[in-house]
Design a protein around this ligand. Sequence first.
Ligand SMILES: Nc1ncnc2c1ncn2[C@@H]1O[C@H](COP(=O)(O)OP(=O)(O)OP(=O)(O)O)[C@@H](O)[C@H]1O
Length: 316
Amino acid sequence: MPLTISKYNGKIGAAERRMAEISNPVTHPYLFILNPNSGTSIGKNSAGVRERIHAVAKKNAGSAQILFTEERAHATELVREHMHAEKWKAIVAVGGDGTVNEIARPLVGTDIPIGILPLGSGNGLARHLGLPLTLDASLKRLFEGTPTTIDSAELNDIPFFCTAGMGFDAYVGHLFSQQKARGLGTYVKVSFSAYWSYKPQPFLLDGVENRAFSLSFANAGQFGNNAWVAPQASLQDGLLDICKIGPFPQWYGTVLACGLFTKSLKQSRYIDYRRATTAVVETETPAMIHYDGEPLQLDTTRIEVKIKPGSLHVII
Ligand SMILES: Nc1ncnc2c1ncn2[C@@H]1O[C@H](COP(=O)(O)OP(=O)(O)OP(=O)(O)O)[C@@H](O)[C@H]1O
């Protein structure tokens, strides 16, 4: 019988755990952590999502424990609190890249795999991994999938798994986080209005003077929503793909947008790619950055980025 931990009852009793083990002696349970603020659909139907997870888990002879986040960063706390309570088959992020980030952080360097039910707005990591994007199909994949090892990375000790960077995308991430509505429509609206007001700032990249519209550190190849900033990026090469875009003339904005969404950006007059295990950026004033789409105003002018090869297991 599936076992539920509700939003208000984070603790699981030993007796309940033993009963779950007896009724399901072979399969280890899955822990699902659901962010009701992700994307556009979960919040409206979190009870439905929970029921569906239990139903599919039962059908696959698995058992599911489901926790809901209550605020930003809560998912990380929940993982830390529960990760050693069971031999989890996987701890599953139900949400977008921000939720994946919060759940994956404590799992880096452990043997507990993360699973992903990509119900967020952008779902960049899930899309890069080729995971299905609907609840039923992603649940099916989760129960049938196997763990594989991927790289993770850090920006000033902040873990990221998909992309991080500064410039236009961080600015858009910041504006997006202030919107009430989420989803692709809001993202497009915010990006379009930000495009006209954004001014590229100067910085040093590994000691060399630069100015860019956007500077990205790609572990996975896309920001989310199939905006492929580094189509050639691999999650298993032990390297970051560093992508510097612009500055460029205004007409190039349309070419850039087409290239992003057709997965065809390449080295060019306005785009510079390089691969590295580390990078150092120095800015004139503390920069606004993003990690996995989450905006953050730094309080330092120095940014250090590094890759952590083969540090996370993920079910694909
Ligand atoms: N219960 C909650 N209430 C409000 N915010 C939450 C809650 N739980 C998590 N959050 C925050 O919600 C934000 C958005 O989550 P997430 O990134 O998963 O969704 P998204 O932005 O819609 O998807 P994506 O990142 O794929 O575009 C994150 O900053 C996360 O910390």
